[in-house]
Design a protein around this ligand. Sequence first.
Ligand code: AMP
Ligand code: MG
Length: 410
Amino acid sequence: MGTEFLKIREVAEVEKILHDLFQMLYSAKKVENVPLDEAGTRVLAEDTFASIDLPPFNRASRDGYAVKAQDTFAATDEKPVILDLLETVEAGTVPKKKVITGQCTEISTGAPLPDGADGLVMVEFTEKIDGKIHIYKRVHHGEFIAHKGTDIGKGDLLLPKGSVLSPDKIGVLSAMGLSEVAVIAKPHVAVISTGNELIESHDELKYGKIYDVNSQSIQSAVKSCGAVPVFGGIVKDNYDNLKTAIENGLQNADMVITSGGTSAGVGDVLRNVLDDMGEVLVHGISIKPGKPTLVANVQDKLVVGLPGYPVAALTIFQVFIEPLLRKMGGSEASLENATMQLPLAERFYSSKGRMQYALVKIIEGQAHAILKDSGAITALAEADGYIKVPKNVEIVQEGSTVEVTLFNRN
Ligand code: AMP
Ligand code: MG
């Protein structure tokens, strides 16, 4: 027989233990440089300052003629002002001549403004007749000129640390000529399945065996938190194998998540392994599904033993691990899952004495509890979210309003 459960802990207690452990083990964030074209959705690791002025020079913001604004003050629809054309400046080229009174320079959007000019007349309000430029509208000083440094000045804060690099922010960094950016490193999470009955997808399904679900579902959940799963294999219920797999996981990742073998039954060796390798902080949570869950600190890394039942494993991951993993990756913003207040479609019987996370499906504005046990992986696929039924509540009445926490399925 395995070791007895430690004291069964309340959900809030476990949240606190995990939170404190994360603070202690993972508050120093690792940083990595990534090419800009791979930086989308990543979290900026440091305050980033503008290395150049933007725009880098005074430039035309319309196609037209660069002028001395004062020269145009008398221009009207009926009586144009007539200016001499000095030269043509296209985007990417530079003006050679200074504009003085009575002159103008033809200019394209994005081209540098010639010296002497202080306004731009849009081409729509001009006419070229016999090589002269007729101006039919007056312009103000500075009109249609984007002045150097008005977008952002060199040395100004461009993006603060913690910014999530959305396409617009990638654009801002590109404008600085950056090709790489320092972002918070994605946490690496080793994922291990345990159980003599588990086989891989390419194996033949023999009597008594089942295909491994958790390594795929948990790895996918890890990815959806912005972390990197590292598959640590399917391990037999055997002390040495499990210990070796966890040791490897600790070497290759920032934390280790196993599933299965967490109870105190025959073949459940995880508790013994963790006792020998480090310190078990939680064994048993007052929650349904997912009571036989283990939390340990091994070599200053978190090891979580999820229960084997796929629904229980994912529920525990989503309730306890996901928020911390997202935070570890730096994205504080997406900590909270969205919730909805909905009427419960049918009366629901809960198990007394444990906080229950009951899966629900939303149909026509009502929450329907999914009444399958935690061995039924299809229950999760059907569910839109869950309701929390406190441990002292046995019956939730039909029609009563429940808070549905929606799964993050992006
Ligand atoms: P355990 O927590 O090891 O006692 O397993 C509880 C139940 O979950 C058993 O029916 C196992 O066969 C099943 N189980 C454990 N691990 C997995 C897995 N990775 N994929 C699918 N089912 C599993
Ligand atoms: Mg097992």
